[in-house]
Ligand binder design. Structure first.
Ligand code: SF4
Length: 426
């Protein structure tokens, strides 16, 4: 056995979960479009929403606007809100204008928002109607990114889940890597898998429509993100099997993830060691540089991205931190169970949010580092607490060996900055 992942005597799988159902402070699922539109190169995301939705996308996208952007907002005006027939006609007209101007678009996502949901605009029917009109050149798919239905990373889950029913059938024995990774990270993962002799490996989402993977009973799915609950359920309905493994964050998580895949595809221990030895050593070295800052410090997670449990495992096991509270929007033990097994008992595990009560717990604990959304970070910083914006963890390449040092560095930076500032004040 090459991979010895020591499991704590008592992990958090069976720990009591503090379930909160109060007010929450988290971005809506539209945010996912920012990384999804970069990944899918012949897709367009048309948000059917308000000026607020358009502003959110513009400001979240920041400098990432291309000359020909791959997302936009069809803004519902007051007259649209007054009558559905009018809104549908407007939508059809907007789509026609867009597709005649942009023949490169092969997949069009109609993305629901709070306003489209409030007026009950049926985007599913709209997508079917438009697919009939524009197939086979363009496939029109709908999903919701509204703040009423989704938080932050659930937008990607909703998008990928909406794609699954249209994937072609295949009986081929294959590995399907699921989750939108930056190209450079995806290439690293594919290269490691290829060096072990694992083939074929396909990706969802694919960069281009002509690379769309099939799915079927001989498909084995390795999720790269812990928030893909709906997507996993849809893939299972198509006969695929989901591998149970920790997620590829840090040296340990990456090794455990790869090992689960390697075992499934019959890779021998010697090959596994040969392929992973050097990148594992590089990852450990890179993490050690940040551990000097992180070791012995405490961390408190507010619920944002659903990455919280894997990241708490990484920070406590590989960086020497102590977790005070690990808050996460949802806990699906079928998916994060292996992570909970590795996370030693101790932290409060909370699901959902009641933001005022959670702020009280955070202030009482005075953690060295608080991981939270933008809206909470500024007030907490003003109270003298160091914070890390959760959104950066989704926008930055952090998966697999070569990014493990950067991942640790993201948490070390605010602590170093605070130490410098207090040195200056002193
Ligand atoms: Fe705001 Fe809802 Fe639009 Fe998201 S979908 S930006 S929460 S109005």
């Amino acid at each position: 056995m090459t991979v010895d992942t020591p499991v704590p005597a008592r992990g958090c799988r069976d720990a009591a979960v503090l379930k909160e159902r109060g007010q929450r402070e988290v971005f809506c699922g539209l945010t996912g479009i920012i990384w999804l539109h970069r990944k899918m190169q012949d897709a367009f995301f048309l948000v059917v929403g308000s000026r607020t939705c358009a502003h959110l996308l513009q400001s979240a996208a920041g400098v990432m606007i291309f000359a020909e952007p791959r997302f936009g907002t069809a803004i519902l005006e007051e007259k649209d809100l007054a009558g559905l027939a009018c809104a549908n006609e407007e939508l059809d007209r907007e789509v026609e204008r867009l597709l005649s101007r942009r023949p490169d678009i092969r997949q069009l996502f109609l993305v629901g928002s709070c306003p489209s949901e409030v007026i009950k605009l049926d985007l599913h029917r709209a997508a079917e109607r438009l697919t009939r009109k524009y197939a086979p050149h363009v496939r029109v798919i709908n999903f919701s990114g509204s703040g009423i239905e989704t938080t932050f990373t659930e937008g990607e889950d909703a998008c990928l889940a909406a794609m699954v029913p249209a994937l072609p059938d295949t009986g081929e024995r294959q590995l399907l890597m699921v989750g939108a990774l930056p190209d450079v990270v995806e290439d690293q993962a594919l290269s490691l898998l290829s060096e072990m002799g694992i083939a074929p490996v396909r990706c969802l989402p694919a960069a281009r429509t002509d690379k769309t993977p099939g799915v079927g009973e001989n498909t084995v799915v390795a999720l790269t993100q812990p928030f893909l609950n709906e997507t996993a359920a849809h893939l299972e309905r198509r006969g695929a099997r989901i591998l149970s493994a920790p997620f590829p964050f840090g040296e340990e998580g990456t090794t455990a993830w790869l090992w689960a895949v390697a075992q499934e595809f019959g890779v021998d221990a010697e090959t596994f060691t040969r392929v992973t030895e050097a990148p594992r050593a590089r990852a450990r070295k890179a993490i050690a540089a940040a551990t000097e800052t992180l070791g012995g410090k405490s961390v408190f997670f507010f619920p944002d991205s659903q990455l919280e449990i894997p990241l708490a495992r990484f920070l406590t096991r590989e960086c020497g931190m102590t977790a005070v509270e690990v808050g996460t929007p949802f806990i699906n033990k079928r998916i994060v169970g292996p992570e909970l097994d590795l996370l030693a008992e101790g932290p409060v595990i909370s699901e959902g949010q009641d933001v005022d009560r959670q702020l009280d717990r955070c202030r009482a604990a005075r953690p060295d580092l608080t991981v939270c959304g933008l809206g909470l970070a500024n007030p907490l910083e003003a109270e003298g607490m160091a914070t890390k914006w959760a959104i950066e963890l989704v926008f930055t390449p952090v998966h697999f060996y070569e990014q493990a040092g950067d991942l640790a560095g993201l948490f070390a930076r605010p602590l170093r900055r605070r130490a410098l500032l207090s040195g200056l004040e002193g």
